[in-house]
Design a protein around this ligand. Structure first.
Ligand code: SF4
Length: 151
């Protein structure tokens, strides 16, 4: 057990995530607006023990009513547009929006134009952009931590 904990501490050091600048925690509501699921796999890895976003006060939550940050993956499809806007409307102020991956940033590599709603930044005010196809857990964690204002 001790060996396992020591190994885990070394892995975390090697991940070299930036240190937390403040004590404010951030509740993140993730919405898949039409992705291929690879962005979700990387997001899941970000919350796993190797990167462990929770130690920085970042937590994925199940309800937008508890969220500070709406984290969107995928190009916004017509089927997901209403659900995405409802999730945003349910969030308390102040609320922020992050686009995770090239699709959420409007590259349109998935689906055809007839299946897509407007680009995310025409639907919602995007505060954080995380490029990549998909971005790595390090890129996701660094972008959220860098753009999350300390209390
Ligand atoms: S950015 Fe790449 S990995 Fe993410 S949903 Fe789009 S195609 Fe998939």
């Amino acid at each position: 057990m001790f060996v396992l904990l020591r190994h885990l501490a070394r892995v975390r050091r090697e991940a070299a995530l930036p240190s937390r600048r403040g004590s404010r925690s951030v509740a993140i509501r993730h919405v898949d607006a039409g992705s291929c699921n690879a962005c979700e796999h990387e997001l899941t890895a970000t919350a796993a023990p190797q990167y462990d976003l929770q130690r920085f006060g970042l937590d994925l939550v199940a309800s937008p009513r508890h969220a500070d940050l709406l984290l969107v993956t995928g190009a916004v499809t017509t089927r997901m547009e209403t659900a995405l806007l409802r999730a945003y409307e349910a969030m308390p102020e102040p609320r922020r929006v992050a686009a995770l991956g090239d699709c959420a940033m409007g590259c349109g590599v998935l689906a055809t134009a007839s299946e897509l709603a407007r680009p995310l930044d025409e639907l919602l005010p995007v505060d954080i952009r995380i490029p990549g196809c998909p971005p790595t857990p390090e890129q996701i964690a660094e972008a959220i931590l860098a753009e999350t204002p300390p209390r």
